[in-house]
Ligand binder design. Structure first.
Ligand SMILES: CC(C)(COP(=O)(O)OP(=O)(O)OC[C@H]1O[C@@H](n2cnc3c(N)ncnc32)[C@H](O)[C@@H]1OP(=O)(O)O)[C@@H](O)C(=O)NCCC(=O)NCCS
Length: 162
């Protein structure tokens, strides 16, 4: 796994609805920014977000809460990196400490100066946990390619019928 990147922010009134709930888009932006920093630092290149997997908001996050995003590159393909982003929320007036709020995998692609995908360095896997996370990322990467192939074939077949 790569070096972890952290981004913390106290949620302010301009980030919430009138009842004080933080907008999902605010959290998604923080998550994307953290994933971006982790991927950019890892690849030392410009990167763009190609994909975000499922996002489910289980925990309400309210005005005044401290939100911390943690991002880590856990899988690399040829030009893409999968970044695991974890979000914790802490009610600063309470004693219970940070609670897990949500997590997601971001696929980021490294681009060269001409905006074309470029190769990224191989990921050093030093622990069993890192190897398992890499393997799970590899499976998600393969699934993406399988589904893309199926979509292309379906489109081709639909074209033949018309
Ligand atoms: C992401 C992008 C650069 C990929 O370009 P492309 O011509 O499709 O390139 P490729 O097909 O060679 O894919 C490059 C890599 O990205 C991966 N990839 C591309 N689209 C993907 C997707 N939707 N989900 C997962 N992986 C994806 C490929 O698997 C490949 O990975 P690998 O090299 O590690 O095997 C291009 O689609 C793009 O610019 N998209 C817009 C990105 C953007 O504007 N994001 C929001 C703002 S940052």
């Amino acid at each position: 796994m790569s070096e972890k990147i952290y981004l913390s922010e106290v949620m302010m009134p301009n980030q919430t609805n009138p009842n004080g709930n933080v907008h999902g888009g605010e959290l998604m932006k923080m998550m994307d920014s953290t994933a971006y920093a982790a991927a950019r630092k890892y690849s030392r290149s410009n990167v763009v977000t190609a994909r975000v997997d499922e996002l489910e908001f289980h925990t309400p996050i309210l005005i005044g809460d401290l939100v911390t995003c943690t991002a880590e590159v856990i899988y690399v393909g040829h030009t893409s990196m999968e970044v695991a982003v974890n979000v914790e929320v802490e009610v600063l007036e309470a004693e219970q400490g940070p609670q897990h709020a949500l997590s997601a995998y971001f696929t980021m692609v490294a681009l060269d100066r001409n905006g074309r995908p470029m190769a990224v360095p191989p990921l050093k896997l030093e622990t069993g946990e890192a190897k398992a996370a890499f393997e799970a990322g590899r499976k998600r990467h393969e699934l993406y390619h399988e589904r893309k192939k199926q979509r292309l074939e379906a489109a081709k077949n639909a074209g033949k019928k018309s």
